[in-house]
Design a binder for this molecule. Sequence first.
Ligand SMILES: Cc1ncc(COP(=O)(O)O)c(C=O)c1O
Length: 410
Amino acid sequence: MTADARTAPRGSGTAPWTRAALGANLLGSDGRLGITIFEEVTALAQEHGAINLGQGFPDEDGPQEILDAARSAIADGANQYAPGQGLPVLRSAIAAHQERFYGLTVDPQTEVIVSTGATESIAAAILAFAGPGDEVLTFEPFYDSYGAVIGLSGATHTTAPLRAPDFQPDAASLEAAFSERTRIVVVNNPHNPTGSVFTRAALELIVRLAERHGAIIVTDEVYEHLTFGVPHIPVATLSGAADRTLTISSAGKTFSVTGWKVGWLSGPAELVAQVRTVKTFLTYTSGTPFQGAVALGLGLPDAFFTSAAATLRRKRDLLGEGLRAAGFDVFEPEGTFFTTVDAAPLGVEDATDLARRLPSLIGVAAIPVAMFCHEEGAERTRSLLRFAFCKRFDVIEEGALRLGALRERV
Ligand SMILES: Cc1ncc(COP(=O)(O)O)c(C=O)c1O
């Protein structure tokens, strides 16, 4: 131990793996943890009373019956630890959901676990299978927790680009990104932040390459029910995929209950068992009273799922009109809560700078796509911004109105 280490106050530095996990853009110049652009934009939005289209959570509650079910569960005493793998009623509902929507048969006893949001399933799956010397491949831009957890695992994070305008995987770059060290390929479909929904051909290519390289597929499908006129194709339904694929989803997006943090993972029993071991030592078990309520949600009639997607699609269209009128180049999303735009037609090359100025400029907040990238990807996406449309119609209307003033102020 060095003298410095002995005398430094606790908490004054960060562990090497924390640094690796969080990356340079999260660290202050003194090596201490900095704040993310998310936090910065949120604070600026509050300061300027801006319409916050940065953060991807709905501003309306989900279906009344599931809210009531959670209240009743608390009143009825469902307040202690649930079994580590989740309440049987929810595991059965997840299995029934996979069968009903996708024709996938999973055993609720051995092939499903409930987690604390999709985030915990992602972390547990990566930590279970990847370590130093391995590579974990994600598409880029990537949901930020992937990069952090890959860093924590000690594995190397490799990426394959998704490029505008359609943000579909590109065969040549994807093939080149795989190597004999690729242990896991992380798929996120529908994709945050770009809003793309991967084509069947793209998904088949991912499966073929994973097979060829002996990689596990971890697929984050939290927006599975939020697609607009295109089908969601779970990776696990494709030929050759089922025995190497861990499928992750969450109640947060589908039922507008992001604060409940109920997610789940399903896949072959031998892989699920290893994820479960890691999950045991991350949280052991997840929020008991919410689990029965989510089981009820998963069993809601088809009309609930189709109307949630149809409402969101109208919101996408409303925001899209405002963004186009403001002068952005809009990449129409086929799924998720998000629209990605290019600010270059407005003469803006640096969308991160614009994201910092937008709240004071016009009273709207958005997130730069570069924050979901490593250095090279950040350069490629430098002029792109992400707007969330999972907000009330009147909020989106007001946001669109304010965006109208952008051209003359930017
Ligand atoms: C792609 C993706 N995965 C996972 C999550 C987190 O899900 P949860 O809140 O269930 O942990 C999000 C939330 O924004 C997301 O966009």
